[in-house]
Design a protein around this ligand. Structure first.
Ligand code: HEC
Length: 124
C-alpha cells in the first residue's frame, strides 16, 4: 500500500512538473519576445521590450483580490490592450509603448495557462 501511495505521489509530482514546464515554454514562446519570461538571464534583461512577468504579477495582485479576476485581467488585456486599461504607469508607456494585441497569435486557453504561470512564479 505504501508503495502505491508513493508511486501515486511520484506520478502526481511529475505531472505537475510537466504542466508547469509546458506553461513556461508557452509563456516564453508567446510572450517572451517582449516580456522577460522563464529563466532570468543577462541577455534577456538587456533586451526587454516590456515589463518582466513578475511586474505583471505584482500589478494583477495589487488590482484584484481573487485568482479568477487576475487571470481574466491578463486574458482580456492580452487580446484587447488599451491605454485606458493599463495598470502600468505612464512611464511604462513612454518607455515601451502600449502592448499590441496578441489576438490570433495565442488562444484564450493558452493565455489562461500563461496567466497561471505568471501569477504562480512571481519571483519578486
Ligand atoms: C510585441 C511585444 C509584446 C508581446 C509579444 C507581449 N506583450 Fe504584454 N506588454 C507589452 C508592452 C510594451 C507592455 C507595457 C505597456 C502596456 O501595459 O500596454 C505589456 C504589458 C502587458 C500586461 C500589463 C498591462 C497593463 O498595463 O495593465 C499584461 C497583462 C501583458 N502584457 C500580458 C502579455 C501576455 C500574456 C503575452 C503573451 C501571450 C504578452 N503580453 C505578449 C508588449 C508585449
Amino acid at each position: 500500500m505504501k508503495k502505491i501511495v508513493g508511486l501515486f505521489l511520484f506520478l502526481a509530482s511529475l505531472t505537475m512538473l510537466f504542466a508547469s514546464n509546458e506553461a513556461e515554454e508557452l509563456a516564453v514562446e508567446k510572450c517572451g519576445g517582449c516580456h522577460l519570461m522563464g529563466v532570468v538571464s543577462k541577455e534577456k534583461l538587456k533586451n526587454m521590450k516590456a515589463p518582466p512577468y513578475w511586474a505583471i504579477a505584482k500589478k494583477a495582485k495589487e488590482a484584484y483580490a481573487n485568482k479568477e479576476d487576475k487571470i481574466n485581467y491578463i486574458v482580456d488585456y492580452t487580446l484587447n490592450p488599451t491605454e485606458e486599461k493599463m495598470l502600468f504607469p505612464v512611464e511604462t508607456k513612454k518607455l515601451f509603448g502600449v502592448m499590441p494585441s496578441q489576438e490570433g497569435k495565442v488562444t484564450e486557453d493558452e493565455i489562461k495557462l500563461i496567466a497561471e504561470y505568471i501569477l504562480e512564479n512571481k519571483t519578486f
